[in-house]
Write a protein that binds this ligand. Structure first.
Ligand SMILES: Nc1ncnc2c1ncn2[C@@H]1O[C@H](COP(=O)(O)OP(=O)(O)O)[C@@H](O)[C@H]1O
Ligand SMILES: [Mg+2]
Length: 261
């Protein structure tokens, strides 16, 4: 019993020492150390040196291809930091959404090269949407596989906004209209189709906010219309279940494309 006790003490003190060392090494990013590869840690330091980030807190979300963290910007305000994993097992599907995009002429197939292009695509799409007036997080910076964007949620407490799928809406019909209008402005003014739109990729912060836009394609993309139909269908299905009376998705798509809705 005694021996076990001493052994545990020894391990604990060793861990404590290591923890201290880690803190000294990188106080700002201690939460991600060990979770994140060395090259990404370097990328985070570049953002620190650029004055974009001052520190990083816990993960808001850990997904298949990316983790999202709350960070603090140089002005002391919360930002969202989306870190794409450099080694994603499933990067093949990304090719479908990036090949043929005139903004990415030389698409690389190796993850090491593709993932930074994918992150840049998310940044560029956020920028386009934002410029067009579609509610998305304002893009702040891009550095290799890390996208820094406006934090949607309570800036003071750092509490992120919930997903649309998790909120009970007072006026679902109005929210539906507002989402369709955002899709329409996205198509007409930003020339973009989201291509993964659903209640899982819309935040609710008093109003809907589109997120997760890396796969969004320009309207010229071969499959843009197919993706637009799928987006609209996801939204109409969701709101029909909430009891909102809705037109045929095809009619909505045609109205969006013809510009007379
Ligand atoms: N700008 C943001 N502000 C607050 N929370 C965010 C922001 N961006 C993403 N999140 C949170 O992180 C989660 C994952 O982000 P998302 O872009 O959808 O990545 P994934 O590819 O993992 O689905 C979201 O469901 C949301 O909860
Ligand atoms: Mg998502």
């Amino acid at each position: 019993m005694k021996r076990v006790e001493t052994k545990r003490k020894r391990i604990e003190s060793e861990l404590e020492k290591r923890k201290m060392k880690r803190r000294r090494d990188s106080d700002e990013f201690k939460v991600v150390e060990g979770v994140i590869d060395t090259s990404t840690l370097k990328t985070l330091y570049r953002l620190l040196n650029r004055g974009v980030l001052s520190s990083l807190y816990g993960a808001i979300s850990t997904g298949k291809e990316a983790n999202v963290y709350r960070g603090v910007g140089s002005d002391g305000k919360s930002v969202a930091v989306k870190i794409y994993r450099m080694t994603t097992a499933e990067s093949d599907y990304m090719l479908e959404y990036i090949i043929g995009d005139p903004r990415f002429q030389h698409v690389k197939r190796r993850s090491r090269a593709l993932i930074p292009q994918w992150a840049l695509k998310e940044y560029k799409n956020l920028f386009r949407y934002h410029e067009a007036g579609v509610r998305v997080p304002r893009p702040i910076a891009i550095e290799r596989n890390v996208v820094v964007m406006e934090f949607i949620g309570d800036l003071e407490s750092g509490l992120p906004a919930p997903l649309l799928k998790d909120v009970v809406l007072d006026e679902p019909a109005e929210v539906f209209d507002s989402i369709i209008e955002m899709v329409e402005i996205g198509v007409r003014k930003a020339n973009l189709v989201h291509a993964d739109l659903s209640a899982f990729n819309i935040l609710w912060y008093g109003q809907p906010v589109f997120i997760d836009v890396s796969q969004a394609v320009l309207l010229e993309h071969d499959n843009a219309r197919k993706y637009l139909f799928r987006d609209i269908q996801n939204i109409t299905t969701y709101f029909s279940k909430l009891g909102v009376e809705i037109e045929d998705p095809q009619v909505i798509v045609e109205a969006i494309l013809s510009g007379d809705s």
